[in-house]
Design a protein around this ligand. Structure first.
Ligand code: NAG
Ligand code: NAG
Ligand code: NAG
Ligand code: NAG
Ligand code: ZN
Length: 476
């Protein structure tokens, strides 16, 4: 019997040696979320994008991500880190008016850093820090704002002039720090959105722009590799929206239908908030309702349910939405672009790209579509954080995960300094020695008990206690 025990223990010691170093939960609980603004889902088919395709092979792909309405930059970036539709997180547009505050928000203005615009929700970096984790943010919309009395542990104040490479070096540095590394990072880059607006997505000049984004993704991969983090950090690369081609042949001028004296115009094409002057709601609505076949005109309470864009005072009493590819202006002095987004989120032209890889994700798995709000519960699951109340569902993206994903019942991340690439042997040796010591210790105690009390041997059942990392706690 003793011989069998020794054999079983040796086997377990070997298992422990193999399992402990690769199952350290902190490996699975690091995530870097990257957004290339305006990267439409099918851009990866437009031109060779070897880095995007490498991530698809090494990890997972959702071909088209269904983003939230309105398909604009600020609302969707806040949805990605809160799992909420715009009506519930409160950043309902890039330019918006709050009647209670009697204030206007413009994403390019200093008021964008006023916490009151953001405090209707709690972004993931705040939740991470409340649970004892550390976060790093490189220019993600809202990440330089003191939301819920909290800044990210590390962040860069928004500066459009800072190069992608500098953003990456800074952020990867926070992940690689020996003391107190971050477990969650967000990274934002303004392209290919800016070029998409200027050139139009159908322009052949977009091809080198897309190729350049792929090269930037390559730079990020290389930086993670040289920091020894490429296989440690879960990397999620997505975007806020797509882009559609416009034309000067497809413009609606509102001045033809409605006097400017009757309303205030809020935001820009293709979805504009109309705030009628006192007592003018019906007059304004009836002037617009059937004015032009290329405009959808909604009273706020009539906005289709599927938009989830109704229950917030920052959504104006009347919303006008241009048909796909159309532009709505007051008159032609308002300015015109060759590409735009913001339209109905059911349109595939509005959908962004999604690829991800890392210890939590499957290899070479692809699916056609998913909802962007489901990314938030997925990220919470990977980081073992309790999600705030949200509009997503883990079931929407759980199939992207490997079978043995991290335990969700686990305590907050310990964030022990992660071994640098030059010293992985150290961690393995410590892990293995710990495993061996545990098993041998148990064996000694057990043999003592058996020889003293002459009890029948039933070792294997109890030994499971030393293997909690193998259990699968997917439910949350
Ligand atoms: C809102 O602010 C403007 C000035 O910014 C002021 O003229 C107006 O009276 C204010 N409206 C209300 C309802 O307080
Ligand atoms: C913005 O970044 C550029 C490039 O790194 C730098 O030269 C400039 O000083 C920065 N501006 C501010 C206000 O920090
Ligand atoms: C557009 O409207 C503004 C304000 O009423 C006016 O000054 C401008 O001349 C108009 N432009 C055109 C092209 O009609
Ligand atoms: C989205 O989530 C918020 C917060 O739980 C909730 O108030 C809202 O009703 C949800 N929206 C939908 C459409 O379920
Ligand atoms: Zn954008």
């Amino acid at each position: 019997m003793a011989e069998r025990l020794v054999k079983a223990s040796c086997l377990l010691a070997v298992i422990a040696m193999v399992m402990l170093p690769s199952c350290r939960p902190e490996d699975l609980r690091r995530l870097l979320l990257v957004s290339f603004d305006g990267f439409r889902w099918d851009y990866v088919q437009l031109v060779a994008t070897p880095n995007f395709h490498a991530l698809m092979e090494e990890g997972v792909q959702v071909k088209r991500m269904e983003n939230t309405y309105i398909t604009k930059t600020f609302p969707n970036h806040y949805s990605l880190v809160t799992g909420l539709h715009a009506e519930s997180h409160g950043v309902v547009a890039n330019i918006m008016y709050d009647p209670d505050l009697n204030m206007t928000f413009d994403m390019d203005g200093t008021e964008a850093r006023d916490p009151r615009w953001w405090n209707q929700a709690t972004p993931l970096w705040v939740t991470n820090q409340r649970a004892g984790g550390r976060s790093g943010a490189a220019m993600w919309p809202g990440s330089d704002v003191e939301i819920q009395q909290t800044y990210p542990t590390h962040f860069l104040p928004y500066n459009a002039s800072m190069s992608f490479e500098d953003r990456v070096r800074t952020l990867v540095g926070w992940f690689a720090q020996k003391e107190q590394p971050v477990s969650f990072g967000v990274l934002y880059w303004e392209e290919p959105d800016a070029s998409g607006h200027r050139l139009g997505p159908d322009s052949p000049e977009m091809k080198p722009i897309i190729a350049d984004i792929d090269a930037k993704l390559g730079f990020l991969r290389d930086e993670l590799k040289s920091a020894g983090l490429y296989d440690q950090v879960n990397l999620v690369v997505t975007s806020d929206h797509g882009m559609v081609q416009l034309s000067t042949e497809r413009i609606v001028e509102l001045d033809e239908y409605l006097s400017r004296d009757l309303y205030t115009w809020i935001d820009k094409s293709p979805v504009v908030g109309i705030l009628p002057k006192e007592g003018k709601l019906e007059e304004v609505y009836h002037s617009l309702a059937n004015a032009n076949p290329h405009l959808h005109v909604y009273k706020r309470e009539e906005i289709p349910e599927r938009f989830h864009y109704m229950h917030n005072d920052r959504i104006m009493p009347i919303i006008i939405e241009a048909e796909e590819g159309w532009t709505v202006v007051r008159n032609k002095s308002d300015g015109f672009m060759l590409g735009n987004h913001g339209y109905d989120n059911a349109l595939s032209s509005m959908h962004p790209v999604f690829v991800a890889r890392g210890p939590a994700f499957q290899h070479g798995y692809s699916k056609d579509s998913a909802r962007a709000v489901d990314l938030y519960p997925l990220m919470c699951h990977i980081l073992a954080l309790p999600p705030e109340s949200n509009n997503g569902s883990l079931s929407g993206l759980r199939d992207l995960l490997r079978e043995a994903t991290p335990p969700t019942q686990a305590p907050p991340p310990t964030l022990a300094p992660h071994p640098h690439v030059t010293e992985p042997a150290y961690a393995s040796v410590v892990g293995s020695l710990l495993g061996v010591a545990l098993v041998l210790g148990f064996l000694l105690v057990f043999l003592k008990q058996v020889t003293r009390r002459q009890l029948p041997a039933t070792p294997i059942g109890n030994l499971e206690i030393s293997q909690p990392l193998l259990q699968d706690h997917l439910d949350m």
